[in-house]
Design a protein around this ligand. Structure first.
Ligand code: ZN
Ligand code: ZN
Length: 340
């Protein structure tokens, strides 16, 4: 039996990844799999596992040889449960790896890649410590923080090496998976427990983070606000994204993106209410193109509405109470926000 190189991909599927970034991650994993299946060393050596995390963490692909791995279908949910993902990772490492004994040479030290674009919404510190403090640390952990919101003060404490990818564009994500694939292939041809992937040249758009001086993004929680809005015509949810206004107090609307129908299937993660007066601008409903959103005075849910209907009677699409609308932003009501 040959020794295996276990490779774990931990993929952030929180709502901030909705749309093109998540599609690009799916495509990236797919092309990485194809490359590994063509590489004789990888075929022989690599065992791959995929773990996703949002409000919960799941092993969507248990550790197995690359031939048995099917391309994953990823879906978006609220939340960034990095701590839960690290716990699943540790349990899998402890359970699924062949350990070295007097008779058998066990598996190589696992390679772990964490791909995330935000800050954890659960307790990550305990799980990170348990992973690192286990006998001589269980794995080589690489964290790839994407976009401007990745919190390297946290990732630094979780990973051995942090890489910053400034853009979350599909092109950048494709390059990231080229690098991941090259790294895994290179390791599989000459496995070594003292892995240092820093020797493998980074693709353009990727940058090693100086761990002594990480980019300061500690106030990420305040940098964006996400609203869940129900379309009053289709009754489907979309995500209205606001980013901190660099010039003024408050947030400006970035875009509105459809949410998958199973988005709330495991319960929404609520964060403290925010002041609607701090939210500037809006984006049309991606389903019916209504230009505004409002909050139901009864059930407090948000829904899209047509500004020309101000003053007329409307029915809340969530609780079906009859409402008379006045424009949002004028009053001082607050709305439920969420951070993915
Ligand atoms: Zn609508
Ligand atoms: Zn309502």
């Amino acid at each position: 039996m040959s020794r295996h190189l276990p490779v774990y991909l931990l993929l952030d599927c929180s709502e901030s990844m909705v749309g093109p970034p998540l599609d690009a991650v799916e495509v990236g994993v797919h092309s990485m799999l194809q490359a590994l299946k063509r590489n004789p060393y990888a075929l022989e050596t690599v065992n791959l596992s995929l773990i996703t995390f949002d409000a919960k963490a799941r092993i969507i692909q248990p550790l197995s040889d690359v031939v048995s791995v099917a391309p994953p279908i990823l879906s978006i949910k609220p939340g960034t449960a990095l701590g839960a993902a690290l716990t699943l990772l540790r349990e899998s490492i402890e359970r699924d790896l062949v350990k070295t004994t007097r008779e058998v040479k066990g598996d190589w030290r696992p390679l772990v890649f964490i791909l995330t674009d935000g800050s954890p919404t659960d307790d990550w510190r305990g799980p990170a410590d348990r992973l690192k403090n286990a006998k001589s640390s269980l794995a080589s952990i690489y964290a790839i923080g994407c976009g401007e919101e990745a919190d390297f003060t946290i990732l630094n404490q979780v990973a051995d090496v942090c890489i910053h990818m400034a853009s979350l564009s599909p092109e950048s994500l494709a390059k990231l998976f080229v690098w991941l694939s090259a790294s895994v292939q290179s390791m599989s041809s000459a496995p070594d427990d003292a892995i240092d992937l820093r020797k493998i040249p980074l693709e353009k758009g990727l940058e090693l983070v100086d761990q002594a001086d990480p980019p300061n993004r500690s106030s990420t929680a305040d940098r964006r606000q996400y609203l869940h809005v129900m379309c009053c015509r289709t009754k489907r949810f979309y995500l209205l994204r606001y980013v901190q206004d660099p010039f003024n107090h408050g947030f400006v609307c970035q875009d509105a993106v459809p949410l998958p129908d199973d988005f709330f299937s495991e319960g929404a993660v609520k964060s403290p209410p925010i002041d609607a007066n701090l939210l500037n601008g809006s984006a049309p409903c991606p389903y019916c193109h209504n230009e505004e959103w409002a909050q139901c005075g009864f059930c407090k849910h948000l829904f899209c509405f047509d500004p020309s209907s101000v003053g007329m009677k409307l029915t809340c699409p969530v609780c079906e109470m009859t409402l008379t609308m006045s424009l949002d932003g004028g009053g001082d009501f607050s709305v439920d926000g969420s951070q993915g």
